[in-house]
Design a protein around this ligand. Structure first.
Ligand SMILES: [Zn+2]
Length: 132
């Protein structure tokens, strides 16, 4: 899969979320989530950044990327780098800025926030073409 560049290509590859959004910026139904979401299964547990009493072994993401994300975390484990991604800050999340109608790439489930609070904090966008 070629990495999409810009919103137009994002929509072409991962679906047109704008068809599923109401005027007030809410989702019309669960259809969008039912259509696009799958799971990424983690090879090591991660702590929820917003509730440190909980750990997860899977999370929802775009189904076209679940295999890629599975592979990313397998490589992280293989390279013994899991200590650098202990806190999971979220992947799929429906967010629209009302007014601007700006939709976060998290609404497509193609971005992952790792260690959202900490020294090493980053948003792992779908730009991991080096893993192909
Ligand atoms: Zn992010």
């Amino acid at each position: 899969m070629e990495t999409p560049r810009g919103k137009k290509e994002l929509i072409e590859v991962f679906g047109n979320i704008y068809e599923y959004i109401n005027e007030d910026g809410t989702l019309k139904s669960r259809e969008w989530e039912d259509k696009i979401l799958g799971f990424c299964y983690l090879p090591f547990p991660m702590i929820l950044a917003w509730d440190k009493s909980k750990t997860i072994l899977r999370f929802r993401c775009h189904k076209l990327l679940s295999g890629t994300f599975d592979l990313v975390f397998k490589i992280i484990l293989h390279e013994k780098l899991e200590g650098y991604c202990q806190h999971f800050g979220g992947c799929y999340s429906f967010r629209v800025q009302v007014g601007s109608k700006k939709v976060s790439t998290h609404a497509w489930g193609v971005s992952i926030d790792l260690n959202p609070v900490g020294v090493i904090s980053y948003c792992l966008e779908h730009s991991i073409s080096c893993l192909k």
